[in-house]
Design a protein around this ligand. Sequence first.
Ligand code: NAI
Length: 350
Amino acid sequence: MSPQPDHPPAGDFEQVEVVTDRASGMQAVLAIHDTRMGPAFGGIRRRAYASLEEATRDVLQLAAAMTWKCAMAGLPAGGGKMVLLDHEGLDRPAAYRCIGTFVASLGGRFSTGPDVGTTDADLREVCSRTRHCANPDAAGPGDLGRATALGVFHALLATAQRAGIELVGATVLVQGLGTVGAPLARMCREADARLLLADVDGARAQALAAGLGAQVVDPARVLATPCDVLVPCALGGLVDTAAAGSLPVRAVCGAANNLLASAEAGRVLHDRGIPVAPDFVANAGALIAGCLHQLNGTRVGDDRITAIGRTVDAVLGESSRTGRPPGEVALAWARSRVAALPHRPYVGAK
Ligand code: NAI
């Protein structure tokens, strides 16, 4: 299930601001959702939004989701996000520099980094103006794709165990073989799972399958292919309510954000006895590594990331006890962790 309610009201946020720069054509929106746990973390998404309203709706949802993700990862950080409205004629380097200047003015209340549409080159422009941005050139937090994959792998182990699946010899279908899916597939292979791989980039799937002794599956047949664990690592919204009713799998655990298209899909799978690791808990590895590196200047050990497996196990246990789908359990826990804190927003040092 999605970690964010649809269209959370702007009044629930600490700060929502439209930032513009006429010279570069830059129009961006910042949302800081909640900093009671610590400074807000969230990347910059660049997209050709249809309107400022659409961009604002997106940034509100994304920022709130970051708060719940930080809460479940036990991070001393809260949720924020920026979106940059892309359009023809945008002076991209100058726009990212303006964003950097704006982020600097927040004095550490908001720390940013990559998201869809923002490249290392863009981040360098931001970093030329502020230190509150993940620097792609510095001795950084390490391989973030691997960090996410490691967290998802441990979430997968916990989910499989709850479903009564022994990973050795189990059939694991990984959909999407990019930054996260490829290292995750390797980890599953090392655990002696039987691998099925699917990617719209057929050459990528073939190459990885050859190296791992795996079988390639038609990406259009992912939802119809029987397997023990389905591992979505491509786009969100893979499993809708109709698909949930007939999915031939015993467990679901992947990196894709919002892998369930709706809360209803989560309920259908839950009623069928199929455990689903909440995506925003399972895929927090990069956030944990990035955030703690930004705050402490040190790389986290693997044990900080593999702990995601214990969190997922606890969520699935509570789900079994209460009869509530795991996504709902995780979201309720995240909300109650934040709600228990005094209303004292983080004040950065200029
Ligand atoms: P990526 O862009 O590196 O890889 C995605 C892969 O999925 C590509 O190989 C692409 O060809 C494939 N793909 C796209 N549509 C597909 C389809 N319909 N069927 C099969 N394959 C398809 O992305 P990345 O970074 O590996 O992220 C994967 C998912 O995990 C995304 O949903 C992302 O939001 C999420 N995620 C990623 C994190 C990270 O650290 N990179 C952190 C948290 C979440």
